[in-house]
Ligand binder design. Sequence first.
Ligand SMILES: Cc1ncc(COP(=O)(O)O)c(C=O)c1O
Length: 385
Amino acid sequence: MVIYMDNAATSYPKPEEVVAAMNYFFNEIGGNPGRSGHRLSLRSGEVVYDTRDALAQLFNIEDPLQIVFTLNATMAINMALSGLLKPGDHVITSTLEHNSTARPLRYLEGTGVELTRIECPAPNFQLDLDQLEQSICKNTRLISILHGSNVVGTVFPLEEVGKIARKHGIYLMVDAAQTAGAYPIDVQKAGIHLLAFTGHKGLFGPQGTGGLYVNPELKLDSLYRGGTGSRSEEDRQPEFMPDSLESGTPNAMGLAGLGAGVKYILREGLPKIREKEIELTNHLIKGLNSIDGVIIIGEEKAENRMPLVSFVMEGVTPSMVGEFLDERYDIMTRVGLHCSPWAHQSMGTFPEGTVRISLSYLNTPSQLDTLLQALYELSREEVRL
Ligand SMILES: Cc1ncc(COP(=O)(O)O)c(C=O)c1O
């Protein structure tokens, strides 16, 4: 049996009810949400709304209609950055960002947007809040940061950053791709104006789901326009949310699965999920520290990080470690740069990257024991590739 430890790329397996909800949608509903007046279209619309509602509960969003569904976090981040920033605006970000933020920002820099990257220094790779505040200038419009790092597992202090943003009257955009469903996020408490999330990682939905929360104070320019099922008599895009930003047939079957994933999380409760993930991460860190030649990157306290650990192994490249685990032990991990070249440049692990073990609530201690045994064997000279 395969042991899956690449949950930061996408979570697998999913809770049974996610698969059941998608099956039910496919077999019993099938209609296009909000388009037609017949009952299958109406039921499909209810499924989509229900998912919006569950997400609003999870993130403490007052009005579920302020959530726009997208295909993934990347699309949500692009919608937010390109929909908000104009030439002459200044944006502050961090060196830990994923390419889904780094690349749109680099592109926007070419159109005249100014960009400042805040270093996240070793050993903990935490955001330097003093440097962040000192970087704010007259034309700063936005702080755009991730919540949890997909490379080193660092979790940024959103409420502290939110306070700084509020004090200076600027917007805060958060990429919650790694933390949604695994870490508490309260958009009101943290003062988040834009929250991008993906459905297929911690929220246990299928691939092809994600979204963007837009604070009602903000109006974004849409990247695309089209059919919404509302105001069909008009050839102009509706101005109300979510239709102003959400055109075309959504992934309703995927959203049925996402809704089931979010309800699973709400039922289990984030404290219980977090507690189990901390236990697993502690087990992993302790085990890795006992293997000769393994060097863990970043924060060693499981309480202060995501349930993912990056490491390098002396004398073996990350890709060799990944190949060994896959071929000999059926263990799936991710090796390399994890779509985050900035992070590896500042961590000193560029260009080979690291081996990343990323866990979910559904992993078990015995799977970790198998992984640790495999790494122990690899650390012995004679079995090296
Ligand atoms: C921090 C972070 N942001 C954004 C993304 C992009 O997510 P998606 O591929 O679902 O758009 C990822 C995916 O790994 C990520 O880890």
